[in-house]
Design a binder for this molecule. Sequence first.
Ligand code: NAP
Length: 333
Amino acid sequence: MNILVTGATGFIGGRLAEALVKEGHQVRGLARQTSDTSLLKTLDIEIINGDIRDAAAMKKAVGDCQCVYHLAAKTTKDRLSKKQYYAHNVEGTKNVAQAALNAGVNRLVYASTIGVYGTVRNSSIDENAEPNPDSYYRETKLGGEKEVCRLHRDSGLSLVVARLGSVYGPGSCNWLDVCRKILEGNFRIIGAGENPDHMVYVDDLVEGLRRCGDVKGVEGRTYIITGPEPAKLRQVLEIIADELGADTALDSLPVTPFRVYQRLCGLVYRSFGIQLPRCHYYDLFLMSHIFTTTKAQEELGYFPNVSLRDGFRRLLGWYREKGYLPSVEEVQG
Ligand SMILES: NC(=O)c1ccc[n+]([C@@H]2O[C@H](COP(=O)([O-])OP(=O)(O)OC[C@H]3O[C@@H](n4cnc5c(N)ncnc54)[C@H](OP(=O)(O)O)[C@@H]3O)[C@@H](O)[C@H]2O)c1
């Protein structure tokens, strides 16, 4: 199959493109003039230049592809204005979906996020839970969902929406700062670390995306794609500290001021549509999410199996291989 991956120069898209090539597909990876294409150049991939905000470029990029995985987006780390997020995540998605529709693809998979549910939910969330986005990123990812669903409903675009959990694994430096601070002995948990989150290892996630692209008879559906089970933050940090060979006893800071600020962010966002600075900054400590992935299990046959221990061991191995982490001996001088 000819497959286009947008966001192929990013963390998840790169790993997905690699997996698709290994399966024998003809893969085309979207890149921009400024993108780092070094990983893609090591793979048997056609690199096509274009920006998702450019409708004509998307028409050319989709070309004769039978399947499109749309992962290109501006994410929380980009810190843009609402207008800029909208241009990439809503308008850009609309361009990709329209090009996919015009080309008559067999399937468009849109990578959305569990962030559309907001930061805190105290009950288990499934696909029927009402979205409640509380930032520009989350709102525009939901806006992207609305655009692709509209083309499915009105024009018959063959679509699956995947709401991805927090993804970790080689290729992402999201946990690097935490690891360094744990090694240096100056990491502090905000609160007791009792907040659950439900993360997914990148290779499990790629398998979930693949199934969203492959399984027949699920057009127009939405799936939560995340890891085998939720875990409390403290448990995750203890696994990391243990794997690093560092002290697993971590000090805490009081959570109340951060929680108050988070509530204020949510209130201001929902009342005035304005995002306060650093609204995502403490998500690690404040995020409270448990998902059920029953629908993906039953309808897609998706059974993630990488445990947190194995996943973080592989991630830390990658950090060491890249020379990103000092050894315990170096830190202790
Ligand atoms: N990582 C997570 O934990 C997570 C969780 C939930 C959902 N997601 C979703 O998964 C997708 C991939 O996330 P990621 O973590 O892999 O992100 P990432 O590493 O930041 O990659 C983003 C990709 O999008 C591309 N891109 C951004 N704007 C573009 C534009 N205007 N035109 C063309 N390409 C553009 C980037 O290209 P450049 O290389 O040129 O910058 C890059 O390839 C996103 O849609 C995100 O919302 C991620």
